[in-house]
Write a protein that binds this ligand. Structure first.
Ligand code: 13P
Length: 341
């Protein structure tokens, strides 16, 4: 039986399309605005999201948009609530429901994501506002002696509790266990930790009765730590990432949409492309993007908060979305970037 959550989950990862993560909390968007010298006011946050969502044709490569609590209640500049504005373009509105990563007690340097208290009630409200899916991000830090078993288990448990609450409310859960790229660890260490985190996650999802067919995984890629002297190439990242996904992610999962996690825009696209090219026809799930920074960075830089720059901000977003759309089919080429520049 194809349920409506199953249909939503499959639509989120449809070939040629991916998800725009525009769910930055007020604190995070303030950092992004600082870089373009823009005050972090409610009207400016609304104008920025409007610039992104109103881009003509964005629906060709964007299946869904993750919103923040403030954004899901705001209206477009044309006076339509954002969820309905997106739905009218055929884009699924989603909502970030976690309340952030907080220090994990007795585990110095590690975090656990909070937001389970009152979540069922919040999900019911988000459904009324038009949300079709939700997101919860766990962060796992690689360091000396970390991650701990405590951190892996606490985050897997929270992700699974969240996913259960979402499914009961009718929202497709995106489960996001992000292994951070910060640090000088090797790609081998990243691979080991990613495998551990995913195995713990799928065990917790099973214990918590999640219907995997109605869920989407948002993993980090297996890459070298940002400060590691030896940086793995594109093909190695693709091979190691897919190897771990094959080992840990049940075929029943509706699809996989990667985060960009601080990778540069073009590298994030190249990695996704390599996976889809090298493993075409071999995988039980579609592999796509659910990028925040790697989609928005060139756009916000072109926009700079000025009404006169809306068209160039939108052009930059459309370009990245279409490059990543090609990458979901393994059809992206670096030369296409130069033509657009
Ligand atoms: P980045 O692609 O910038 O990592 O953001 C994706 C996201 O939604 C993180 O939760």
């Amino acid at each position: 039986m194809t349920t409506s959550m199953r249909k939503t989950a499959l639509a989120m990862v449809a070939k040629g399309k991916g998800i725009l993560a525009a769910d930055e909390s007020t604190g995070t968007i303030e950092k992004r605005f600082k870089a373009i010298n823009l005050a972090c006011t409610e009207p400016n946050r609304r104008a920025y999201r409007d610039m992104l969502f109103a881009a003509k044709g964005i629906e060709n490569n964007v299946s869904g948009v993750i919103l923040y609590d403030e954004t899901i209640r705001q209206k477009s500049l044309s006076d339509v609530p954002f969820p309905q504005f997106l739905a009218a373009k055929g884009i699924l509105p989603g909502i970030k429901v976690d309340t952030g990563a907080k220090d994990l007690a007795l585990c110095p340097g590690e975090k656990v994501t909070e937001g389970l208290d009152g979540l069922a009630k919040r999900c019911a409200e988000y459904v009324k506002l038009g949300a079709k899916f939700a997101k919860w991000r766990a962060v796992i830090t690689i360091g000396l002696g970390t991650p701990s078993t405590t951190c892996i288990a606490a985050n897997a448990h929270a992700l699974a509790r969240y996913a259960a609450i979402c499914q009961e409310a009718g929202l497709v859960p995106i489960v996001e266990p992000e292994v951070l790229m910060d640090g000088d660890h090797t790609i081998e260490r990243c691979e080991e930790v990613t495998e551990w985190a995913l195995n713990a996650l799928y065990e917790a999802l099973y214990i918590n009765r999640i219907t995997l067919e109605e869920s989407v995984l948002k993993p980090s890629m297996v890459i070298s730590g940002k400060d590691c002297a030896k940086q793995a190439g594109v093909d190695e990242v693709a091979e190691r990432t897919v190897r771990i996904l094959k080992r840990c992610v049940p075929a029943a999962v509706a699809g996989i949409a990667f985060l960009s996690g601080g990778q540069s825009d073009e590298v994030a696209t190249a990695h996704l492309n390599a996976m889809n090219k090298m493993f075409a026809g071999e995988l039980p799930w579609n592999l796509t993007f659910s990028y925040g920074r790697a989609l928005q960075h060139p756009s916000i830089t072109a926009w700079k908060g000025a009404t006169g720059n809306v068209a160039s901000g939108q052009a930059a977003l459309l370009h990245r979305a279409s490059m990543n759309g090609l990458a979901t089919r393994g059809q992206y080429k670096r030369e296409l970037e130069k033509q657009a520049a």
